[in-house]
Design a protein around this ligand. Structure first.
Ligand SMILES: N[C@@H](CCC(=O)N[C@@H](CS)C(=O)NCC(=O)O)C(=O)O
Length: 209
């Protein structure tokens, strides 16, 4: 299998963490959506990464679908197959995906020339991120894991999303959400997280805030 994606994309990182957690072999082709090589747009009409090319040549895109597919291939499921745990885990994944979408939308806007930026759009995205952090902190029940008593897609996706906030929208969220910060400090010690840190991201896990 081949995974196309950039090293800084959090959606790609989710898939890379999942591959490592499940011990699935997959070649990573480092290519961004607008790379002149053009493989991404040729494979995915939406022109986004990640894109997965399966061994039979079939192509999958959008990180939640790729996660479902890879999880079905081998090993203990990271996405519970049935019951309440499945819906709870997928809700955490949806929350994490929404955080990523908001951080990316904000980032795109703040990267525009100052006179072209929309302060309303930036505020709207920041409001979503702040509300999602509050929700996550209050909805989190377990000590080590978000759903059940073992690592799941919920921990994987939220862990990647929180680290992406630190990477692209660093702010003092740990002051308000110490429990969540403590949980992230535990999750992010996993090898799958340590081995997929985006270039340029400094971890602030030991930061006093
Ligand atoms: N919903 C998609 C989002 C993927 C996405 O937006 N990836 C970004 C990179 S972080 C991208 O390829 N952007 C290029 C574009 O939107 O044209 C997923 O979960 O895979």
């Amino acid at each position: 299998m081949k995974l196309y994606g950039s090293l800084t994309s959090p959606y790609v990182r989710k898939v890379r963490v999942l591959l490592k957690e499940k011990g699935i072999a997959c070649d990573l082709i480092v290519e961004g959506p607008s790379d002149p090589a053009g493989h991404v747009i040729a494979l995915n009409p939406l022109g986004k990464v990640p894109v997965l090319v399966r061994d039979d040549g079939d192509v999958l895109f959008d990180s939640p679908l790729i996660a479902e597919y890879l999880d079905s291939l081998a090993g203990e499921p990271l996405i519970p197959r049935s019951g309440e745990e499945r819906w709870h885990a997928l809700r955490w994944h949806a929350l994490a995906q929404g955080i990523l979408d908001a951080v990316v939308a904000r980032l795109m806007e703040v990267r525009r020339a100052p006179e072209k930026q929309s302060p309303e759009l930036i505020t709207r995205q920041e409001t979503k991120i702040v509300a999602a952090l509050k929700y996550a902190d209050s909805a989190k029940k377990g000590l080590a894991y978000l759903v059940g008593d073992r690592f799941s897609i919920a921990d994987l996706a939220l862990g990647v999303a929180l680290e992406y906030i630190d990477f692209r929208f660093p702010h003092d969220w740990r002051d308000r959400h110490a429990r969540l910060a403590h949980w992230l400090a535990g999750i992010s010690t996993r090898g799958s997280f340590a081995e997929t840190i985006p270039p340029g991201m400094e971890r602030s896990l030991d930061a006093p805030h």
